[in-house]
Design a protein around this ligand. Structure first.
Ligand SMILES: [Fe+2]
Ligand SMILES: [Fe+2]
Length: 210
C-alpha cells in the first residue's frame, strides 16, 4: 500500500482570508447564497466525475473521487432540504467569476494539467471549508448545523485532493500551488459584481457628497 503524505488538518493552503465584508454580504443575501451553494455542491460532484473520466487509469483517484462525488450529492440534497425548510425557492442563477477564472489558469497539456486540476479542486474545497466555518456561528439552525458539518467535510476534501497532487508531482506541486493560490486569493477577496459562495465582497460605491 502506498503511503499518502500526511498533512496537518489545520494547515491551510489559502493565501488570504475571506474579507469581513463578504460575510456581511452573504448573511444579507442568504437566499441567493443558498441557491449558489446548492449549485456548488452539484458542480463539486461533476468536477469529481470529470476527473474520473479524464484519468481512468488512476484507480486510487477514481475510487476516492467516486466516494467524494456521492458525498457532494448528499450535500446538495441537504442544502435543498434547508432551502425548503426556509421557504427559499429554487431559481436559476448565472455562475460567478470564481470557478470560471480559476479554470482559465489550468494548463492544457498533461501531466501538468492533472496537477493543476487537483490543486484547483483543493483550493476550492479549502475556500468552501473556510467560508462554512465563518458563516456557521451567525446562522440559525438548521443551516448553522449543516454549515458546521460541511466545514469539516470540505476540509477533508481539500486534504484528499492535495494528497493526490503531492503524490503526483513531489517536486512541482509546491510552486504551482503557490501560483494558483495567489489567483484564487485575488478572486475570493477583490470586490465583485455578484454575491456568490466563492465571490469577493460586493462592490461598494463611495457615497456621493450633496
Ligand atoms: Fe460539498
Ligand atoms: Fe467538497
Amino acid at each position: 500500500m502506498s503511503e499518502r503524505p500526511q498533512i496537518e488538518p489545520e494547515a491551510s493552503i489559502l493565501t488570504a482570508v475571506t474579507p469581513a465584508g463578504w460575510v456581511e454580504d452573504a448573511l444579507a443575501h442568504l437566499p441567493e447564497l443558498l441557491q449558489d451553494h446548492a449549485n456548488c455542491e452539484k458542480k463539486a460532484a461533476s468536477t469529481a466525475l470529470a476527473l474520473m473520466f479524464a484519468y481512468p487509469e488512476d484507480r486510487a483517484l477514481g475510487a476516492a473521487l467516486s466516494r467524494l462525488a456521492r458525498e457532494e450529492l448528499r450535500h446538495f440534497e441537504q442544502v435543498i432540504r434547508a432551502m425548503s425548510a426556509l421557504g427559499v425557492p429554487f431559481q436559476r442563477q448565472r455562475p460567478g467569476r470564481y470557478a470560471q477564472q480559476l479554470r482559465r489558469a489550468v494548463v492544457t497539456c498533461d501531466p501538468a494539467r492533472k496537477l493543476d486540476l487537483l490543486l484547483v479542486a483543493a483550493l476550492i474545497e479549502a475556500r468552501s471549508a473556510e467560508r462554512f466555518a465563518l458563516l456557521a456561528p451567525h446562522l440559525a439552525p438548521p443551516v448553522a448545523r449543516l454549515y458546521a458539518d460541511l466545514a469539516g467535510a470540505e476540509a477533508r476534501h481539500f486534504l484528499l485532493y492535495l494528497g493526490f497532487a503531492r503524490e503526483l508531482a513531489p517536486g512541482e506541486w509546491r510552486p504551482r500551488l503557490a501560483a494558483l493560490a495567489r489567483q484564487e486569493a485575488q478572486l475570493a477577496t477583490a470586490p465583485d459584481e455578484t454575491l456568490r459562495f466563492h465571490s469577493g465582497p460586493l462592490e461598494r460605491y463611495p457615497q456621493q457628497a450633496d
